[in-house]
Design a protein around this ligand. Structure first.
Ligand code: GDP
Length: 312
């Protein structure tokens, strides 16, 4: 892929991290920038938690828990058990190793460092050579409108376990937020933008909602990998969200979601029957195996996606 000089991946948590890890195995670190959703970020136990940034960074650093896809490998839960014993909130689990990230990040934020500065330094210390950027240093919390009222994202996602019926989303403050330093420059310079197989509604849309991002994407060669396979998500509520919003969950629905600015779409063999419909949106398609159960599958899918993009 020697001809690619600037590749930008847009990522949420689990699906985003897997794809970013695959791309990192195929591209030199100086070529790859991963821009990460911060709409899931929230405060808990007095600490700032950035679930998607941490999932992406732990995965890239080889520190992630392979069983859950989030949190750290070889984790222990001594602090969590003690907080619980003292009557603290226990609906959001944080292990001891993970807690160190939240403690140090929160301290630095209070001392005046920005989220992007802290992320860059954590990456350096974790041995991550490519650039990982939060989409913005501002607070842009995602709210979910549901049949039981408007819920902050983590209350919907973790506390209510995605049970309430979704009516819509609000990315609070996104229109006033400023993209983190170099985000717009990197998007404009990108010779390829890869939309990772992340949740379109609550991982990718909150990135696109930040002022200037959609404009910077216009005209960029962009390809997306479908997070929906055979009408279902691999993990998480994206398919349930489509259905509750009155849209049949499918790879085609994801392609439609992005079709205004996308050029290429990667869908699974399981959805091969939708190829023509996706192509009728004006998109070029690649049909392949899009499940990423292990490192080899991530690398293969990333390498096929890059080769596909080169043909666009
Ligand atoms: P979250 O913030 O942790 O929910 O992270 P993402 O939005 O990045 O990831 C959730 C999406 O990743 C779901 O819609 C899943 O279907 C998708 N996903 C997870 N693993 C895979 C995989 O191996 N292949 C594909 N194509 N999608 C995946």
């Amino acid at each position: 892929m020697a001809h690619l000089e600037h590749v930008v991946a847009l990522a949420g948590g689990v699906g985003g991290a897997k794809m970013a890890h695959g791309l990192a195995q195929c591209l030199p670190p100086a070529v790859l920038t991963v821009i990460v959703n911060v709409g899931d970020d929230f405060e808990h136990w007095g600490l700032k938690i950035c679930p998607d940034l941490d999932t992406v960074c732990y995965t890239l650093a080889g520190l992630a828990n392979p069983a859950t896809g989030w949190g750290r490998a070889e984790e222990s839960w001594r602090v969590f058990e003690q907080v619980r014993a003292l009557g603290g909130a226990d609906w959001f689990r944080m292990g001891d190793l993970d807690l160190a990230t939240h403690l140090e990040r929160s301290r630095r934020l209070r001392a005046g460092e920005t989220l992007s500065q802290i992320t860059a330094d954590f990456c350096r210390r974790w041995g991550i050579e490519l650039t990982v950027l939060p989409i913005t240093d501002d607070n842009v919390p995602t709210w979910v409108y549901t049949d039981i009222g408007e819920l902050p994202f983590q209350e919907y996602f973790v506390k209510q376990q995605c049970q309430p019926r979704v009516l819509g989303f609000r990315f609070d403050g996104a229109d006033r937020a400023t993209p983190a330093p170099s985000v717009i420059e990197r998007l404009r310079a990108a010779d390829l933008v890869v939309v990772c197989p992340s949740n379109p509604w609550v991982s990718i849309d909150p990135i696109l909602a930040i002022g200037g991002v959609r404009e910077a994407l216009q005209g960029r060669p962009a390809v997306a990998v479908s997070p929906i396979i055979g009408g279902k998500t691999v993990k998480g509520p994206a398919a349930k969200m489509y259905a509750e919003l009155g849209i049949q969950p499918s790879a085609l629905a994801v392609a439609q979601h992005y079709s205004a600015w996308l050029r290429g779409f990667v869908l699974d063999h399981a959805d091969a029957a939708q190829t023509e419909a996706v192509e009728s949106l004006g998109l070029v398609t690649l049909t392949t195996d899009t499940l990423m159960p292990d490192g080899a599958a991530r690398r293969r899918l990333a390498s096929e996606t890059l080769a596909f993009a080169a043909r666009l």
